[in-house]
Design a protein around this ligand. Structure first.
Ligand code: NAD
Length: 477
């Protein structure tokens, strides 16, 4: 069993003051693969102090120099892609090709954010006074706290650190207690790239460690990705210091399938949503509203695809569609949702049971005849289960889709441009996909409405979340 004993603070690997540790499991075999520090308040204090001390000098560097550091780390990650991908598969259960995509996407994302160095703009405004010019600067906020979930743990480090650092902030990353090892790998490689001390800090720990970071008075922005419940607790903690929050939370994405849709394309896109990362993707389609005339042929296609989906241990089986779920809690939650739906009258077209094999597996499942009062239609499933609900017309589907506490992503499948446009106008979600799978681009803006979050990530608008505005009134004689 490997041991990862230290945090990375102020450019050094330091022994935590906490002696508590967290045991990390391989979700495919349930074997212990490592122990990591469960850091305490003084470890967080030390990391935030280092980030705070490093920030003014980092901000004074030209943005293009900061960008050079980010690019150097991106290139280093590319050199170690195979090893990094295997670690993600080992601790998170992703299939290897997807883990490799995660490494590529991480490095490309860092390059993309680095490109903004020469493009961050302020404004010059006319004054009402003679001899005065008004400047509007975009300035860094200070210390950013990045608190991570486990589903795309490696990419999410970059999604927080790259915009934070190019903007002139420093950062403290708190990895997920489920998948901490890849964050050590990221940091080990970053440590070889010569960033100034204290600009990037990693603290390993669980929810108490995260809570301490969220309530820290010297943190200027909490950038959090995770569940709605934790997002609410973080906002409460942030309120004590009026710290800014950027919250990327859960989803319950509706997919609307109209009777003129290309059904093969639609079925493949929906299948992809439920098997990509074993359905553990916040923006993937989680509930389908299908027009009556095509309900049967769509259900047949999905049943075939899901019943033929191959799953297992991504490090020993090749050619898989998906690996295991993250933990036993996820398996139990999914089993509870499906069992309750079945009792309420849902028809199990395929799957519907905990898989009888090693690892945290649930059978790929399609549920027909679902109704709006079923928890499987309202709560985040985060697994390989797809509930179908028949509708008669687009307006009905739009009303049902919008009637959700979540508002992250949505989709519509139709060949009718007028109906597609109507749907995009009326869907109250941060993102809408038309005739394609649910997955965002780095130049877009990934942002949830309602309980799916506050603020967003990616693109220009995501970068500007890591900056605040200073106005200068310059009076000259
Ligand atoms: P989680 O909320 O359980 O944990 C996320 C992180 O928060 C962990 O690092 C955890 O230690 C920390 N944490 C827990 N309690 C805390 C507290 N009180 N204060 C501060 N930190 C605390 O989420 P998870 O199970 O790791 O991730 C899955 C969830 O993430 C799903 O709901 C998914 O939809 C969501 N997610 C959203 C997006 C998005 O972009 N919107 C992306 C990925 C995942």
């Amino acid at each position: 069993m490997d041991k990862f004993e230290r945090n990375y603070i102020d450019g050094e690997w330091v022994t935590p003051s906490s002696t508590r540790t967290i045991n990390v499991l391989n979700p495919s075999t349930l074997e212990s693969i490592a122990t990591v520090p469960d850091s305490d308040a003084s470890d967080i204090d030390r990391a935030v102090a280092a980030a705070r001390a490093a920030q003014p000098a980092w901000e004074r560097l030209p943005a293009i120099v900061r960008a050079g550091h980010i690019r150097a780390v991106a290139n280093k990650l590319r050199e170690h892609k195979t090893r990094l991908a295997r670690r993600i598969s080992l601790e998170q259960g992703k299939i290897l090709p997807l883990a490799e995509v995660e490494i590529d996407f991480t490095a490309n994302y860092m390059d993309y954010m680095a490109e903004w160095a020469r493009r961050i703009e302020g404004e010059i405004l006319n004054s009402d006074r003679p001899g005065e010019t008004i400047y509007l600067h975009r300035r860094p906020i200070g210390v950013v706290a990045g608190i991570l979930p486990w589903n795309f743990p490696f990419f999410l480090i970059a999604r927080k650190m790259a915009p934070a650092l190019v903007a002139g902030n420093t950062i403290v990353i708190k990895s997920s207690e489920e998948t901490p090892l890849n964050a050590f790998d990221f940091t080990e490689l970053l440590a070889e790239c010569g960033l100034p001390k204290g600009v990037f800090n990693l603290v390993s720990g669980g929810r108490d460690t995260g809570a301490r970071l969220a309530e820290h008075k010297d943190v200027g922005l909490i950038s959090f990705t995770g569940s709605v419940g934790t997002g609410m607790r973080i906002m409460e903690a942030a309120s004590r210091n009026l710290t800014r929050v950027n919250l990327e939370l859960g989803g319950k994405a509706p997919a609307i399938v109209l009777d003129d849709a290309d059904l093969d394309l639609t079925a493949n896109a929906l299948f992809n949503s439920r098997v990509l990362n074993t359905g553990q993707v916040c923006n993937a389609a989680e509930r389908v509203y299908v027009q009556r005339a095509v309900a049967q042929p769509l259900a047949e296609r999905l049943t075939r695809l899901m019943s033929e989906a191959r799953y297992g241990n991504p490090l020993t089986d090749s050619a898989l569609h998906m690996g295991p779920l993250m933990n036993q809690t996820a398996v139990n939650k999914i089993a509870g949702l499906v069992d309750a739906a079945r009792q309420q009258g849902a028809q199990v077209l395929t799957g519907g049971r905990i898989a009888d094999r090693p690892g945290f597996h649930y059978e790929p499942t399609v549920l027909a005849s679902c109704s709006d009062d079923m928890a499987v239609m309202t709560q985040e499933i985060f697994g390989p289960v797809l509930p179908l609900r028949v509708v008669d017309e687009l307006d009905e589907a739009l009303a049902l889709a919008n009637d959700s506490e979540f508002g992250l992503t949505s989709s519509v499948f139709t060949r009718n441009l007028n109906l597609a446009m109507k749907a995009t106008r009326e869907l109250r979600f941060g993102e809408t996909y038309v005739n394609r799978e649910h997955f965002e681009a780095m130049q877009g803006f990934h942002a949830g409405r309602r309980k799916s979050g506050i603020g967003g990530a990616d693109g220009k608008h995501g970068l500007y979340e890591y900056m605040e505005t200073q106005v200068v009134y310059l009076q000259t004689p």
